[in-house]
Design a protein around this ligand. Structure first.
Ligand SMILES: [Zn+2]
Length: 149
């Protein structure tokens, strides 16, 4: 006697998470880059007004109602264009030159959400939930994507 195995139909490409007993799934991937910035409009003596650098961490979060392939929200490899964008345009750059807004974590997160929605979202399976930008281990700014229903 062999132990019955689930038929391939149960492990196929369609994993619908909705309906009775429905669950929610979120995945995340963290990217890093090094960059400098200086914030304008602060009172004299504010340390963020001086040119300085951070080891930035950027985390994207995605969700989906239906999984693809072996059971993915999105194949992490499909996020590589986002990593390439960060590496090319942000790594070892002066963010004051890269962005046309003040380079705060908040405004960087908003910029990255908009870029992701425009450039990556259309060609991946999942949908973006949020982008979190962190300049230090203890601080972060999270820009969330409002659901469109
Ligand atoms: Zn800073």
């Amino acid at each position: 006697m062999t132990t019955p195995r689930p038929s391939p139909a149960h492990v196929g490409p369609h994993h619908d998470l909705r309906g009775p007993g429905g669950v929610g799934l979120t995945i995340g991937k963290t990217f890093t880059f090094e960059a400098s910035h200086r914030l304008n409009g602060l009172h004299d003596g504010h340390k963020c007004g001086r040119l300085h650098g951070h080891s930035y961490q950027v985390t994207v979060e995605l969700t989906a109602d239906e999984l693809v392939g072996p059971g993915f929200v999105t194949d992490f490899g499909d996020l590589s264009p986002f990593g390439a964008y960060l590496a090319e345009h942000f790594d070892h750059r002066d963010l004051n030159e890269v962005l046309d807004v003040e380079p705060t974590s908040e405004l960087l997160a908003v910029h990255l959400v908009r870029w992701f929605l425009d450039q990556v979202q259309p060609v991946i399976a999942g949908r973006l939930v949020a982008v979190t930008v962190s300049e230090t281990p203890k601080t972060w700014a999270r820009c969330t994507v409002r659901a469109t229903t």
